[in-house]
Design a protein around this ligand. Structure first.
Ligand code: HAM
Length: 404
């Protein structure tokens, strides 16, 4: 049998890994500059954690979750996203009793049983950040700035920031009622998914991809007409903060996001990936989620970027490789003899490869070109006798002899 990777998954091969190392290094650097600390949570959790947080009306929970019973008959799920696990960990470990706001970032592989296509995988990698313990609109502004700074740090241009406010529980209850009434009036024209959404979570109807529904929904009640004073003011302050920082945005009043836990600000970063516009990151506030999971109320907000979607957009010129040197042993000198020299050169900051395949001198020189080495360090009988090393710069052809 010839094994193939599971449908919708990817192999990230060594020739492309420098891009991933750059994304991860820049993400850590930028998160650090905003004083976010790293956290790692399990790849799987109790399935009910996601039902309660991501929401049983979301496509992610409804259609896309990898659920399984473990050998102890517990119903577990591979995480479809990173936020729920972080919230669970923060509560379980009592981190909300420490200094607030608590600011955390993570890298997480997530699993969604989606129809695989460009930019849509069944195992995806996210860089995410979560901030707990503040209601301030300035936190929303800073969060968006963090996302933008990360995208800029990897050389990504032409990102559009789309933003909206979906209000709090109070204003959304009124809006949901208005949407249910609208759905009743147009019931026979809506797709089966929208009929279900009208019952479970009418807000999600705005996200329907069915073109007929989209046409009908153009006349649906507008969320912005239902926001309470506090939500209106919060949104206005977020926009004002972005203006002050010169962060450009587009208000999209149908932007509701695919997860049920959001309140107030929601946003997405959009780019063209392989000729198709898609979200490379998204997030928002989720002021009620901590209480829903733990009973203890704590406002929070965050976002996550999809690293698989960013991969092809990264500016490869930002990748800085250490120089690569091959230590070539010549004459009677064995590979074993040059291992200590190789170690010295590694300590000087070079990436170093030795003659582990025990090739002849000329084959080693050919191999140096094949692996695109910057230097060869030659150690032959003469060099051993004189305590020297011959260094050849393969990019310029220049050759020098130095004392070891
Ligand atoms: P999300 O919008 O579901 O949000 O995912 C975040 C990002 O992950 C998307 O913008 C996209 O770039 C990437 N992504 C999503 N699905 C796929 C897929 N099937 N294949 C490749 N990339 C994908 C969340 O997950 C929230 N937890 C974000 C958040 C954090 N909100 C608050 N805190």
């Amino acid at each position: 049998m010839e094994y193939k990777k599971p449908k919708g998954t990817r192999d990230i091969l060594p020739n492309n890994y420098a891009v991933w190392q750059l994304m991860e290094a820049k993400a850590k650097d930028v998160a650090g500059r905003f004083n976010y600390a790293q956290i790692r949570t399990p790849t799987f959790e109790d399935a009910s954690l996601f039902l309660r947080s991501v929401g049983d009306s979301s496509d992610i929970v409804n259609k896309e979750m990898y659920i399984f019973k473990d050998r102890g008959d517990r119903v577990m799920a591979l995480r479809p996203e990173g936020t729920a696990g972080v919230v669970r960990a923060v509560v379980e470990n009592g981190l909300l009793n420490e200094a607030l706001p608590l600011k955390l970032f993570y890298f997480a592989n997530c699993f969604r049983y989606e129809n695989p296509q460009a930019g849509r995988y069944r195992e995806l990698s996210q860089f995410g950040v979560e901030c707990f313990g503040t209601q301030s609109p300035n936190a929303d502004v800073e969060l968006i700035l963090l996302g933008k700074s990360f995208l800029e740090s990897i050389g990504i241009k032409n990102t559009t920031l789309q933003i909206n406010s979906i209000g709090c529980k109070t204003c959304r209850a009124k809006y949901n009622q208005a949407m249910r009434d609208f759905a009743k009036e147009n019931n026979n024209q809506l797709c089966p998914d929208c009929k279900r959404r009208a019952e479970q979570n009418p807000l999600r109807m705005l996200d329907c991809k069915n073109t007929d529904c989209q046409k009908i929904l153009q006349n649906a009640p507008k969320l912005k007409d239902y926001l309470c004073d506090e939500c209106n003011q919060h949104f206005a302050e977020v926009l004002k903060g972005l203006d002050t920082l010169g962060v450009e945005y587009e208000i999209v009043d149908t932007l509701v996001r695919g997860l049920d836990y959001y309140t107030k600000t929601v946003f997405e970063f959009e780019n063209e990936v392989d000729g198709k516009k898609m979200a490379v990151g998204g997030g928002g506030r989720y002021d009620d989620l901590v209480a829903e999971i733990s009973g203890k109320s704590c406002p929070a907000l965050g976002f996550a970027c999809g690293l698989d979607r960013l991969e092809s957009l990264v500016d490869k010129n930002l990748i800085q490789n250490k120089p690569l040197a091959l230590i070539v042993n010549a004459g009677q000198v064995s590979t074993a003899q040059v291992l200590p020299i190789a170690q010295k050169i590694r300590n000087l900051g070079y990436n170093v490869e030795c003659n582990l395949a025990e090739r002849s001198f000329s084959a080693q020189m050919k191999y140096a070109n094949k692996i695109n080495a910057d230097f060869v360090f030659i150690v032959g009988d003469e060099e051993i006798q004189n305590g020297t090393i011959t260094i050849k710069n393969l990019k310029t052809g220049e050759q020098t002899t130095k004392k070891l």
